[in-house]
Design a protein around this ligand. Structure first.
Ligand code: SF4
Length: 147
């Protein structure tokens, strides 16, 4: 099982936002810089996270991106499922489609393995991912203090 780059960037973004202190604000550009990824990629990721209700953009002088209550409470398994969508780990229906696809036991086993992967992430919330030693490292990435 390999996460898409999009999902990986989304998890990096929510982890960075999870350790943002009150009085600091981060833009999509700053999150991108902190994670050393192109702004255009991060902007799409943030847009998707906003659509899911995980991230909100606060307006005003001290505005910026922040995790929502849902973003703090939601399970990592749920978030990864939402970001990954219905994609299977193999392209049985590819071009050309696999001739075994109508009666393949391997396909079912891989689906079970994929679900087990997600279930392993279900008990975790974002806060679990930013406990030490990860959190302190994240705090030092791309912080802009109060102005
Ligand atoms: S062998 Fe089975 S799992 Fe592999 S591509 Fe074909 S249908 Fe899918």
């Amino acid at each position: 099982m390999r996460l898409t780059k999009f999902t990986d960037l989304a998890l990096r973004a929510v982890m960075r936002l999870a350790v943002a202190e009150e009085g600091t604000s981060l833009t999509s550009r700053e999150v991108a810089a902190a994670m050393d990824v192109p702004y255009s990629h991060m902007a799409k990721v943030i847009s998707r996270l906003q659509h899911l209700g995980v991230v909100e953009a606060r307006r005003g002088r001290s505005g910026g991106l922040a995790l929502t209550g849902l973003g703090r409470r939601a399970s990592v398994g749920w978030l990864v499922r939402e970001l990954e969508g219905d994609t299977e780990v193999v392209a049985c229906e590819g071009d050309p489609p696999c001739p075994l696809r109508a009666a393949c036991r391997l396909r079912g086993a891989l689906r079970d393995a994929q679900e087990a992967f997600f279930e392993a992430l279900d008990p975790l919330v974002v806060g679990d991912l930013v406990a030490s030693p990860t959190g302190p490292v994240l705090v030092g990435l791309g912080v802009r203090g109060p102005e």
